[in-house]
Every structure is written in structure tokens, then in C-alpha cells.
Design a protein around this ligand. Structure first.
Ligand SMILES: Nc1ncnc2c1ncn2[C@@H]1O[C@H](COP(=O)(O)OP(=O)(O)OP(=O)(O)O)[C@@H](O)[C@H]1O
Length: 288
């Protein structure tokens, strides 16, 4: 039972955006696809979720209960938080009272109290909405969770809290997770395997295994490992870092050899040691 992609390609009209991606996600594994904006991460995730039709290559999923968590919480404004969390269960035919009980328990586990669960989405902060969206996915007890940058808009503290909640649930339930992000440090913090993508067309250019188990990975280890990853030439190239650095140097000649890089979307100068929605079920698809 795993998710396997073999030489998957995808084009929008005449433009090839995914140029031959192969990957395997085993049960209980956490794979992060990380890459610059526009390299095809969302397209790939939507292919895995069955939201896009496979055009070329092969894909097989042995997972029976996949769930997708979108970049935006996408809560129904006319339903309470608890009813939003219960939505997938209700769609599966679970009785209203049972679904609500399970939704409340999952909401509580993710830090939503009775008041938040009785509130409507517009009465919740962004962080609470993200918790509700995570609860809505996790309450389904998926064996495969597909995540599309759900924590991108959160502050650093909230992000860390949700990372921990997700990792704890993942470790307890053995859920396989395929997540996409453009944040290298988030990928190193959460994943067993980090796959770095480059653009035009989207392809995997580097595979990285962060040390140890994610739940016990310290901040220092995450910073150090991210810094190491940022030294890999193909990773730097994928994010356009060296080009930016050259621009910076040219602009300040003959000043300092190393400059901060304006506009970079990934951390650039990390200390080496800072010291311190229910989807279609199991499927196998082949084309091309
Ligand atoms: N429906 C579509 N029709 C045409 N082109 C599309 C469509 N969806 C995405 N694209 C293009 O395909 C490329 C890959 O887009 P995609 O959203 O998969 O990238 P991404 O890596 O997830 O980007 P981001 O990190 O900015 O969300 C981009 O050039 C985008 O403009």
C-alpha cells in the first residue's frame, strides 16, 4: 500500500508544467515537495488527489482513505466550526450526533474550545480557521493526507503549534502525508523525505533525508539541516539564489563579498548551529 508516481507529465494547453516526476510515498511516510513558486507543486498534488486527470505517466495509490487539505481553510460560512469539521463525516453517512461528537473531540484535540466550536467561521481568527480545516481533514482518519501549504499564512508561533499537532497525530495514526511547500525549513521540520523541485518544466532535482524522527527533531537540527540543504548547488539553482546573489554583488561592487538577498523566499543565511475534503479512494491510473 503506497502512492507511486512514475514519469508523470502534465501540460496546460501547449505548456508542459510537470516534466516527468517519479516518487513513492510509503504508508506512514511524510514526503515534502518543495520548490519555487510556479514549479508545479499544486498541479502535482492535484494529480495525486485525482482533481486533475492524468495525461501521461503512471500513478498508483493503494491508500483507501485519502483526504486533502487546501491552502485556504475553505470553511462553509453558514455552518458552525463543529459542523464544518463534521462535514466529511456527514458526507460519509455518519449520523449527525455521532459526527458532531467526533468533530468536537478532534476540535478540542487541536485547541478549539467549546466557544470556538460553536462560532461561525467569520468569528474565528485565521489560526483558528486553519485548526478547523486541519481537524476537518484529520477527523476522517485518512490513511493519506495531501496538504497544500496550509500553514503559509500563519505566524511563526501558530505554525509551530500546528506542525506539532500534525506530527503527533501522524505518528499516532501512521498517516502517510504528501505536503507541498515553498518553505525549505518547514519541509525539513516535518518530512522524512524532502524532494526539491525546479521549474519549467517541474521536475525533482534533489532528494534529501532530514536526520532522525520529525517529532524529536530539534530547532537546532532543523536550522543546521536547512542550511546544509541550501548549500546544494541544484537547490540554490532551483530557487534562483545564485542569480540573486550575483545581482546583489554587481549592484554594490566593490563592496562586501556577501550581501543579503532581497526578495528571497527561503532563508539564506542560517547559522550552522544557532545554539539553541474527502477524495476518491484507492486507484491505479496509467496513460501515455
Ligand atoms: N489551470 C491552469 N491553466 C493554465 N496554467 C496553469 C493552470 N494552473 C497552473 N498553471 C500554470 O502552471 C504552472 C505551475 O502552477 P502550480 O500552481 O502547479 O505551481 P506551484 O509550484 O504550486 O506554484 P505556487 O507555489 O506559486 O502555488 C504555473 O506556471 C501556472 O501559471
Amino acid at each position: 500500500m503506497s502512492l507511486q508516481l512514475q514519469d508523470v507529465r502534465h501540460s496546460y494547453a501547449l505548456t508542459e508544467v510537470i516534466g516527468g516526476v517519479s516518487l513513492t510515498l510509503p504508508p506512514g511516510g511524510v514526503v515534502a515537495l518543495v520548490g519555487p513558486s510556479g514549479c508545479g507543486k499544486t498541479t502535482l498534488l492535484h494529480l495525486c488527489a485525482g482533481l486533475l486527470t492524468l495525461q501521461e505517466g503512471a500513478m498508483h495509490s493503494g491508500f483507501a482513505k485519502p483526504a486533502l487539505m487546501f491552502q485556504q481553510p475553505r470553511l462553509l460560512p453558514w455552518q458552525t466550526t463543529a459542523d464544518n469539521i463534521a462535514l466529511g463525516l456527514r458526507a460519509q453517512g455518519v449520523a449527525r450526533s455521532d459526527a458532531r461528537t467526533r468533530a468536537q473531540a478532534m476540535g478540542n484535540a487541536l485547541g478549539l474550545d467549546a466557544e470556538a466550536l460553536a462560532a461561525y467561521p467569520h468569528q474565528l481568527s485565521g489560526g483558528m480557521q486553519s485548526r478547523a480545516a486541519l481537524a476537518r481533514a484529520l477527523v476522517l482518519q485518512p490513511d493519506l493526507l495531501l496538504i497544500d501549504e496550509p500553514f503559509a499564512a500563519l505566524d511563526i508561533g501558530l505554525k509551530a503549534q500546528l506542525h506539532r499537532l500534525l506530527l503527533r497525530h501522524q505518528a499516532e495514526q501512521g498517516t502517510a502525508v504528501l505536503m507541498i511547500t515553498h518553505d525549505l525549513m518547514e519541509a525539513v521540520r516535518l518530512a522524512n523525505t524532502v524532494l526539491v523541485m525546479a521549474a519549467a518544466p517541474g521536475r525533482i532535482v534533489h532528494r534529501h533525508t532530514p536526520p532522525g524522527a520529525a517529532l524529536t527533531r530539534s530547532d537546532a537540527t532543523v536550522y543546521h539541516d536547512t542550511a546544509e540543504l541550501l548549500r546544494v548547488p541544484v537547490v540554490r539553482e532551483a530557487f534562483g539564489l545564485d542569480a540573486l546573489q550575483e545581482e546583489g554583488r554587481a549592484a554594490s561592487e566593490p563592496a562586501a563579498a556577501v550581501l543579503p538577498l532581497p526578495g528571497a523566499r527561503v532563508p539564506l543565511a542560517l547559522p550552522a548551529d544557532p545554539g539553541a475534503a474527502q477524495l476518491p479512494g484507492s486507484r491505479s491510473r496509467q496513460c501515455g
